[in-house]
Design a binder for this molecule. Structure first.
Ligand code: G6P
Length: 605
């Protein structure tokens, strides 16, 4: 959360900084700001809200400095107002920060007692003061930053400017991502490499404890002991035109419509039987137990895949929410345990903490990750790229479908190696996965019907999503999509669980989205839906032909998905729910790509 960017060039950098922030806006958009070094010292321009507000201010005020740092904020400490916006200043020093300083209270008290005038409510502001004070006592900027690094507790990536150093900016990483680069136009620091598209061809990934010195044409990285180090260099994709809407009104819609292409890419890359097993950090035959760990939408992908690993590959599988799992006392790891960590960004703080904990316990770890230069990709024993491409909308869509497809293929693959499925069953499963690009495209054709249904949600205060089996996690995902994009309260339930409490929420007209597809649970689901319809629920069925026919008499609406193999039903059934959330949100006037209070990459716990 929070994006940081820095630039040093031979010309004013304010525009480059704002453009960098636009590319990092997915990390937070409560406020934004830049600090540049002008002839008469540091100058700060900030604005509350999205980067475009800052762009207007910068255009009006025209900072002229050739070196600057910038920040787009997801508020953790202090309300999103101008006073709390980054960069934060102390005499001679400007700092932008991504992360949390956990011991900020005691540091603030100490600094205040020493006469430092902290002005904001943020945890960050202690950093420039610590650095400024040490510089005033005679330390160099790197030494002052290094000392701050020893004093601070928590996770952070920091970019710093100092008035006495006109041509160099500094980066410090501990726990939050930071890359540095030299391009034709100058030197850069950024929270992620995609923000450097078109500015630099390569970027250096800082590691924890690293300090970078970046000037126009020189980049040097030093480890925690102050020794110069060479770090991993990654290629920056020039064409990562992350801001291109391709004619769509929003990234979310664009990304929903990219799903047939993403499905095709996954099929092409992972087509060959056995190819995904080669990514595993231990042979499939040796796996005795799988634990899948993730947050948010990625957790729902794990919830679906649990069924696949158990049913197809006969491996006991647990699923865990990372923020809980990281603090749970655990028995020692046994041989044959595989942990699969699933993350679009590969930077989710809780998921990474679980990874490091599991590795320390000796567990084999596999990352499923979309951002291939991320910390998860780097630190897991091995990782499988999700191939979804840059996902810009805060609400995850195509990355979820990619996670499900890769997990389904992996489960089938492992089942093949362990011989828990016959060759005929494997071929049948692969066929249904191979057909997904066209099945997904056909499902998305239904958009007009979804749009009409969305209108009926406009006055809803609350909505329920229900399903059974592998469709239950899809009900959870449908509810999450709706609440995060449209701010309508929504919950997902296993249809069979309604009677144990949730049914009390049903009153005349309560909207319920019921997931019903052919399979052995269809009749059970049907009975559950009838029970709530009898109590006044306004039921819309999302399902295949069999599902819809079975509930036609009680449903007020239906969204049909193509009939397909049970394995891929959860994947296909997700699509109408994505479109529903999108249209409800747009009709309600919500900024669907940047819903309030959210960020795409959650780098703090
Ligand atoms: C945030 C995003 C969600 C995402 C979750 C996990 O909450 O808004 O869309 O599912 O983080 O992120 P990850 O990058 O680990 O998949």
């Amino acid at each position: 959360m929070c994006g940081i960017f820095g630039a040093v060039a031979e010309r004013p950098v304010a525009d480059v900084l704002v453009e960098g922030l636009r590319r990092l806006e997915y990390r937070g958009y409560d406020s934004a700001g830049v600090a540049t070094l002008e002839q008469d010292g540091l100058r700060r321009v900030c604005a509350v809200g999205r980067v475009e507000s800052l762009a207007g201010r910068v255009a009006a005020e025209q900072p002229r400095g050739n070196i600057g740092i910038a920040h787009t904020r997801w508020a953790t400490h202090g309300r999103p107002n101008e006073r709390n916006s980054h960069p934060h200043l102390a005499p001679g020093v400007a700092i932008v920060h991504n992360g949390i300083v956990e011991n900020h209270r005691s540091l603030r008290a100490e600094l205040s007692a020493q006469g430092c005038k902290l002005r904001s409510d943020t945890d960050t502001e202690v950093i420039p003061w610590l650095v400024s004070r040490r510089i005033a006592e005679g330390a160099t900027v790197p030494a002052a930053l290094r000392e701050a690094d020893r004093t601070l507790q928590g996770a952070y990536a920091v970019a710093a400017l100092h008035e006495g150093t006109q041509d160099t900016m500094y980066g410090l990483r501990r726990g939050s991502p930071l890359v540095a680069a030299i391009g034709a136009g100058g030197g850069y620091l950024a929270s992620d490499a995609n923000a450097l598209a078109g500015l630099a061809d390569h970027a250096v990934c800082l590691e924890d404890g690293d300090l970078a010195k970046v000037s126009r044409d020189r980049l040097a990285v030093f480890d925690v002991n102050g020794n110069p180090v060479d770090r991993r260099v990654i290629h920056v994709d020039r064409n990562a035109s992350v801001l291109d809407l391709d004619g769509y009104a929003h990234y979310m819609l664009k990304e929903i419509y990219e799903q047939p292409r993403v499905a095709g890419l996954i099929n092409d890359r992972y087509q060959e039987q056995g190819v995904l097993s080669n990514f595993l950090p231990l042979p499939p035959q040796r796996i005795r137990r799988i634990t899948m760990i993730a947050c948010g939408t990625s957790y729902y992908a794990a919830s679906v895949a649990k069924r696949w690993f158990e049913q197809l590959a006969h491996i006991r599988t647990d699923i865990e929410i990372a923020s809980e799992y990281r603090y749970r006392p655990l028995p020692p790891a046994e041989s044959g345990e595989l942990a699969i960590l699933i993350s679009q960004s590969g930077e989710t703080a809780d998921t990474l903490a679980c990874l490091h904990r599991l590795k320390a316990a000796g567990c084999a770890t596999l990352g499923l990750v979309n951002v291939v230069h991320s910390s998860l990709a780097r630190d897991a024993d091995s990782f499988i790229p999700l191939l979804a491409g840059v996902e810009n909308g805060v609400a995850s869509t195509k990355a979820f479908i990619a996670q499900l497809m890769v997990l389904a293929r992996l489960a089938v693959d492992i089942a093949g190696r362990r011989k828990t499925l016959g060759q005929g069953e494997i071929l049948g499963a692969l066929k249904s996965l191979d057909q997904l690009p066209s099945t997904i495209a056909a499902t998305l054709h239904n958009e007009t019907a979804v749009q009409a249904l969305a209108e009926s949600f406009q006055s809803a205060r609350s909505a329920l999503f229900v399903g059974r089996g592998a469709l239950f996690p899809i009900a959870l995902e449908g509810a999450l999509k709706l609440k995060e994009t449209s701010y309508i309260h929504a919950e997902g339930f296993p249809a069979g669980e309604l009677k144990h409490g949730p049914i009390a929420l049903i009153e005349e007209g309560t909207p319920v989205v019921a997931l019903a597809c052919s399979g052995e649970l269809l009749d059970k689901t049907g009975s559950n839906i009838r029970e709530i319809a009898a109590r006044g629920a306004r039921v819309t069925v999302v399902g295949d032909r069999a599902g819809i026919l079975s509930l036609m008499d009680v449903a007020v609406g239906a969204l049909t998905i193509p009939s397909c193999d049970e394995l891929v039903q959860p994947i296909v059934a997700t699509l109408p729910l994505q479109l529903l959330a999108y249209h409800v949100a747009v009709q309600r006037g919500v900024d669907v790509d940047r819903p309030r209070n959210l960020a795409k990459s959650v780098t703090v716990e």
